[in-house]
Design a protein around this ligand. Structure first.
Ligand code: SF4
Length: 409
């Protein structure tokens, strides 16, 4: 009986792609998936290092799985935390048999015996769900003040279009969600700026739905908007982070609320059904009451379908970690509450406005579907009848809305 394995994934969609590839590699090496972590001979934890809370969750998970594993099972820590704090992490987590950046620990004998493998271009098994994330690049060439990702994921490395398309075809899914740290800059590192447009076109020829996540706002030009609308999934996930111009410059980022509203308005005029998501950092050093009020007004005016608000976390080694003007935690919590209240109301109203409309949905699992407005695992869902087949497209009429979710028949 070959060794069995369990992969536990924390963090963002990009990590899920790495875990899928790790799983594919372990399967190709003859290991079998275990039903539970307690049954596995090899337990891999794919960690997240995004902010302090994510790191704590990662460490807690490693400790819990170390407790739960059966005698003799090996425990390997990989992912962003391993990448960022390799040696340090190995010292504080003696429970782990190996701490490996994106190494794939297949034949572990000692703590040092970990071959390294670049996961970006590794093939992955066909997806169990009718949708899948596809990572088209790793790393990032920007220098946003709050972000540690470029320091441990390195500069952007885009995959070739052929490699991305081969993965898309092998997945055999109905919806592909393209991800990268800075998706719209795909290809720039190899002197092919703007190649996101032909990539989206080529993916759209192979799969019914293409969705793009994490678009840096300055990169969203007319051509990209056109190609996104032409795919039939007019979903715009804009990485805005804030709207107060001075604060955005302190974040070392482009844009301001006025430009963002202009762009959103233009897209809506072109495609009234367009759905928008964004995320914002609250309490970045130097954020004033006026900055916060600007963000509140923007949220009210922009009428985004979805938005996430995250407290600023001073990340070691980033530009913002030592900036003056740190905002007290209690004030950050109050601002987060205010913003979430306004957005929750807007989201609920926008969802309620869909009642009575016809929508096209992709059935993800019995009773659960999504239209173009909902990204998998991130936004709300559309509840549908349980006898519709997973993987099928159906036309449905929205009959009710409850907060972020819809019910359709
Ligand atoms: S674009 Fe995203 S990944 Fe790149 S530095 Fe900015 S926040 Fe980090």
């Amino acid at each position: 009986m070959p060794d069995s394995f369990w992969v536990e994934t924390l963090g963002c969609p990009k990590n899920q792609v790495d875990s899928d590839k790790l799983t594919g590699t372990l399967l190709a090496d003859g290991l079998t998936p275990a039903d539970a972590p307690e049954d596995a001979d090899l337990v891999v934890v794919n960690t997240c290092a995004f902010i302090e809370a994510a790191r704590q969750e990662s460490v807690d998970t490693v400790l819990a799985l170390s407790e739960a594993r059966r005698s003799g099972a090996r425990l390997v820590v990989t992912g962003c935390m391993a990448e960022r704090y390799g040696t340090e992490l190995a010292e504080v987590l003696p429970e782990a048999d190996a701490v490996a950046g994106f190494g794939v620990p297949v034949t572990l004998r000692t703590r040092a015996d970990v071959p390294s493998l670049d996961l970006l271009n590794v093939p992955r098994p066909a997806s169990a769900a009718p949708w899948a994330y596809v990572k088209v690049a790793e790393g990032c060439d920007r220098h946003c003040g709050f972000c540690a990702i470029p320091s441990f994921r390195g500069r952007q490395r885009s995959r070739s279009m052929d490699s991305v398309l081969a993965e898309v075809e092998a997945l055999e899914v109905k919806e592909v969600v393209l991800v990268a740290q800075d998706l719209a800059s795909y290809g720039r590192d190899v002197g092919a700026a703007g190649s996101i447009v032909p990539l989206v076109r080529a993916v759209a020829e192979r799969v019914a739905r293409v969705r793009l996540l994490y678009l840096y706002p300055s990169e969203l030009d007319d051509e990209l908007v056109d190609v996104i609308c032409a795919t039939g999934v007019p979903y715009f996930d804009l990485s805005l982070q804030h709207v107060a111009k001075g604060l955005l410059r302190r974040m070392r980022r482009w844009g301001d609320g006025r430009r963002f509203l202009g762009r959103i308005g233009a897209i809506r005029r072109r495609q009234p059904d367009a759905a928008f998501r964004s995320s914002f950092i609250v309490g970045y050093p130097g954020e004033t009451e006026d900055d916060h009020d600007q963000l509140l007004r923007f949220i009210d005016e922009a009428q985004l379908d979805w938005a996430g608000f995250f407290a600023f976390s001073p990340e070691e080694g980033t530009y913002a970690a030592d900036l003056d003007g740190q905002v007290p935690a209690s004030l950050v919590a109050e601002r987060l509450r205010e913003l979430s209240e306004v957005q929750d109301r807007i989201t609920a109203e926008r969802r309620a406005a869909l009642v009575g409309q016809k929508i096209d949905v992709l059935v993800d699992a019995p009773g659960i579907a999504r239209s173009h407005r909902e990204a998998p695992e991130i936004d709300g869902i559309v509840s549908v009848q349980a006898d519709w087949d997973a993987g099928s497209f159906m036309e449905a009429t929205v009959v009710a809305a409850a907060g972020p979710d819809l019910e359709a028949v």
